[in-house]
Write a protein that binds this ligand. Sequence first.
Ligand code: PEP
Ligand code: MN
Length: 367
Amino acid sequence: MKHSLKLEPISSWLPTASKPVIISGPCSAETEEQTIATAKQLAATGKIHALRAGIWKPRTRPGQYEGAGEPGLQWLAAAKKETGLPITTEVANAAHVEAALKAGVDILWVGARTTVNPFSVQEVADSLKGVDIPVMVKNPINPDLELWIGALERLNKAGITKLAAIHRGFSSFEKGPFRNAPMWDMSIELKTRIPELDIICDPSHIAGNRDLISLISQKALDLDMAGLMIESHINPDAAWSDAKQQVTPAVLGKIVEGLVVREVSSDNKSFKDTLSILREQIDQLDDEIMSKLASRMKISEKIGQYKKENNVTILQVNRWEEIMQTRITLGKAMGLNEAFTQELLKLIHNESIQIQTGVMNKVAERV
Ligand code: PEP
Ligand code: MN
């Protein structure tokens, strides 16, 4: 589906001398002292462009710290005064929007648990009609690109053009090394569908663990994301929410310093020539891969026909196991990653089964 979002780039509403844009601050504003001390230490690193702090916290279970509420906005406003940095917080309903605007919050964001709910997103959008403020939209908890785009569209229809997306990873049944599976292809697809939309990565919520923050941040930059939102706290282990994933302002400064910012392209002539030769080779190989795949599927169709004539089931587990084993061994010997070969084979096999099912169940044409 074509999207016709009217957007203003992040460089026009959060101008920075250097790339990437860095937004940092505690998961939650806990006390006035903690909010302001964290903000001052972050500002002192000279590495951040906006301050974040959660005021209303959507917690999984009741009884956990649910945020300071409206008084916290004044702490954030004081932090802005002390540091001169723009401030941002999460809003989930019209009352939050009203209070945040009144307190002079510069940028709003919609959290992952709100993006999943079109009623809530619409309420936020309606409450922003006629207001000129930037809004960042976190990906929904579940990997549903349409829902993410839908939230951006609702805000855009309400007149919000200063929009950015925040990639914070996706909840997954399979427990991997991350709190939220990055599923980078979701952001790549979002950028492909809406190229003018800037995407910020939130490595803290992807990682759930402070040791993985640099790695994820670098990966995000290598995918040409416009910025990072990283949680930072003066005393991370004592934080009232998301303690494990927060870093001190000093560590935040080091993480940002260690990032390698690469260019999307280079003006260097020999770089361009070499790149275009390599790309031609890739194009050629992709053509070959596609045509081999098409030939393979044609053979699957013949096999389906043959099995049908002989009344044999489509799936023969032994054969499938043998394919997996031999191909994975072969792939490994060729330097291919085992998990990659396995995924690729599964995709090919599923398609082959689909084709054979089609052949099997095709009703003979009546004469
Ligand atoms: C947060 O930024 O602290 C937060 C609650 O994030 P998310 O909506 O990504 O879970
Ligand atoms: Mn958090």
